[in-house]
Design a protein around this ligand. Structure first.
Ligand code: AMP
Length: 394
């Protein structure tokens, strides 16, 4: 397997913040970067890339033209039509392969894959009618959660179900199947996991089959969106070892070329349950930019360019806080005052350059570094509280 050397050009599908941070890592290593993004997208990656193509993922000519200009194609999000990846692979290696995307972009296929290969997952049923929903809820019990099969992320397209009452379930089905941009009313009902904590591991795998796992990240969500990520995770060593083994094993079995983020729940009984797979850089790994020997973005570049993988060890403890659009003042007002972050000497501010702030939209993040994880967490909470107080007063 020949590696793609610095000086070559990497093509990234999708132009959001994950592409931006991968592109910055690629540039630092001496690669050029082209990005392919949907014309409607607000484009944080474009300003740091050598070329930005704005076209639809259905535009076969634009895809072929893009592939001809790059040495390898990779991606920053999984909701890309598999047909686009198939069109590209005639002209350039595509990493990860479309078959990985096909499994990971569709919750039903992903759950069936986990089940088939014996990985621990929440009990689930696939439903496409209100009657199927009723029998799924009867089988799984309440609470449970109805999730869209496709295009769901950050809790979008999800509905918690608390009642087995027929009328309530019918109403829930109607509201769920009419909401958002759902293509088809097909979903997965999952048993509720009364978890003690959420965690993730991001594995990098290059085409030679070498795998390097990140540290384990401890994740705290608010309203289904990641709020804080903490490393080192505050779990017993056997929990971290089990999470890492699971993530490595899944990465190997899927033969991922690139990154695979494995999101997991830790139950009160100490079991680990796999929640979701994402074959790309992941929000929980952002703290590696400032706190690890090799960031997830550099690892992404190394993996897809068939280079040796870097050392993932943490240089110190770190806590990442997501900066969501909720922290921005209402339209017309000044942007947030970042001095709450900047006056903390060991806090690193990352803003993605997005034009429009909306509630729940990821506009940036900050990472607080310290020798002790509890100190980093206390400072991160303090920064978040100050920014929130500012937004509340604006
Ligand atoms: P997802 O989009 O599936 O990753 O879900 C987003 C978040 O919703 C997760 O990180 C959890 O905090 C919560 N969640 C999702 N599924 C479940 C479940 N089956 N039981 C409990 N909480 C869940």
């Amino acid at each position: 397997m020949t590696s793609i050397p610095p000086g070559a050009t990497i093509g990234i599908l999708g132009g959001g913040q994950l592409a931006r941070m991968s592109a910055l890592a690629a540039r630092r290593l001496g690669y050029n970067v082209h990005v392919f993004e949907h014309p409607a997208a607000d484009a944080p990656a474009a300003p740091v890339c050598d070329r930005a193509v704005r076209a639809s993922f259905d535009d076969a000519d634009a895809l072929v033209d893009f592939a001809r200009g790059v040495a390898v194609v990779t991606l920053e999000f999984e909701n890309i039509p598999v047909s686009a990846l198939q069109a590209l692979e005639a002209h350039a290696p595509v990493r990860p392969h479309w078959s990985v995307l096909q499994t990971c972009q569709h919750r039903e296929r992903e759950k069936l894959w986990l089940q088939k290969h014996g990985y621990p997952h929440a009990d689930f049923r696939v439903v496409s009618t209100p009657e199927e929903l009723r029998s799924a809820v009867a089988a799984l019990g309440t609470p449970c959660v109805l999730k869209t099969a496709e295009f769901g992320y950050d809790g979008k397209g999800q509905r918690k179900l608390d009642s087995t009452d027929e009328v309530a379930l019918h109403q829930a089905w109607q509201a769920w199947s009419l909401a958002g941009t759902r293509v088809a009313s097909r979903g997965v009902v999952e048993a509720w996991v009364d978890f003690a904590a959420e965690l993730s591991v991001i594995c990098a795998r290059n085409p030679r089959g070498e795998i390097v796992a990140s540290p384990v990240f401890e994740n705290m969500h608010t309203r289904h969106i990641l709020d804080f990520s903490i490393a080192p995770a505050r779990f017993p060593p056997q929990v971290a070892a089990r999470a890492t083994d699971l993530a490595r094993s899944i990465t190997e079995r899927l033969a991922v070329e690139g990154l695979l983020a494995v999101e997991m729940f830790l139950t009160h009984a100490g079991e680990i349950i796999v929640n979701e797979l994402a074959p790309r850089p992941h929000n929980s790994g952002h703290l590696t930019l400032d706190a690890a020997v090799t960031s997830q973005f550099e690892q992404h570049v190394r993996a897809v360019c068939a280079q040796p993988l870097g050392q993932p060890a943490m240089l110190c403890a770190a806590v990442m806080v997501n900066l969501l659009g909720d922290l921005w003042p209402k339209a017309g007002a000044l942007p947030p005052d970042w001095s709450a972050v900047l006056r903390e000497p060991a806090a690193k501010l990352h803003l993605y350059g997005k034009a429009a702030a909306r509630p729940g939209r990821k506009m940036g993040h900050c990472t607080v570094l310290d020798a002790k994880v509890e100190t980093a967490l206390a400072r991160a909470r303090g920064i978040k509280a100050q920014l929130q107080a500012q937004a509340d007063c604006a």
